[in-house]
Design a protein around this ligand. Structure first.
Ligand code: B1M
Length: 211
């Protein structure tokens, strides 16, 4: 019987080899893929998120943990699909038009994946109409917008306006974040939520997708 606590620990400590080894052992030994995901990978990433929020972990630790999680996910993903385990929801995430900063956005994407979401990473410099197109093609529940420049923050508003124009604003929730972004700005442009960091982004996504 594979030790899923040990798997969670391997994720927390960013031990990629150990995470892959225990995931393989668990799957080969007949542990349900959903248990491997929830009691191992998601449990581990939840601790990483809490420690990051509490400033006990910094960006490098989160990136190393996320790398271990991603490697284990490669093994797990086909088995989750075969077992009919649905992701918690689909999230489109991207850095808005004109903005090339992606380190924070990548962290948010990895934490969301670690929390059990199907994450479609649209990259950087993403035009509003690209988000709109992808909402339909990916059947997204949530759009995550990241901006690091005061000059690109207006592209968040333009993306929300483009969703409205396309008649899709009520089909998808919008979460925004990035260093210059604030709750006041989210309220001003009509976003559904703002998150100051990657762990809070997961909390917000959970609340929005549950609605
Ligand atoms: Co640029 N840059 N940069 N930069 N850069 C900043 C942002 C800046 C504050 C530096 C400064 O002047 N002190 C400044 C912005 C000033 C402003 O607008 N107020 C700036 C500037 C001016 C520029 C250029 C214009 C410089 C130039 O060319 N003259 C240029 C713009 C290019 C463009 O985008 N069009 C530019 C370029 C670059 C590099 C390419 C060199 C590089 C980016 C590399 C990359 O991302 N691949 C870069 C970097 C690295 C930075 C700094 C140093 C670090 C940003 C970072 O990665 N932080 C930054 C200064 C700083 O912040 N100290 C700076 C770490 C990351 C983990 O944090 O992204 O905040 P962050 O993400 C956090 C939260 O914000 C939140 O969660 C993350 C994790 O906790 N979060 C979300 C982020 N997105 C979220 C989305 C969510 C929820 C939460 O929901 C969807």
């Amino acid at each position: 019987m594979a030790d899923l606590n040990a798997l969670a620990e391997a994720i927390i400590s960013g031990n990629q080899q150990e995470a892959v080894r225990i995931t393989k052992e668990a799957l080969d030994g007949g542990t349900a893929p959903a248990d491997v995901l929830n009691k191992g990978l998601v449990a581990g990433m939840a601790v990483v998120g809490e420690r990051f929020k509490a400033n006990e972990f910094y960006v490098p630790e989160v990136l190393i943990a996320a790398r271990a999680m991603k490697s284990a996910m490669e093994l797990l993903r086909p088995q989750l699909k075969a077992a009919g385990v649905e992701p918690r929801g689909t999230v489109l995430i991207g850095t808005v038009r004109g903005d090339l900063h992606d380190i924070g956005k990548n962290l948010v994407a990895m934490m969301l994946e670690g929390a059990g979401y199907n994450v479609v990473d649209m990259g950087v410099d993403v035009k509003p109409e690209k988000f709109v197109e992808a909402v339909e093609s990916e059947k997204a529940h949530l759009i995550g917008l990241s901006a690091l420049l005061t000059t690109t923050m207006p592209a968040m508003k333009e993306t929300i306006e483009a969703l409205k124009q396309a008649g899709m604003r009520d089909k998808v929730a919008v979460l925004i974040g990035g260093a210059p972004v604030t709750q006041d700005y989210a309220d001003e442009i009509g976003a559904d939520a703002y998150a100051p960091d990657a762990a809070s982004a997961v909390d917000m996504a959970n609340g929005l997708v549950a609605k």
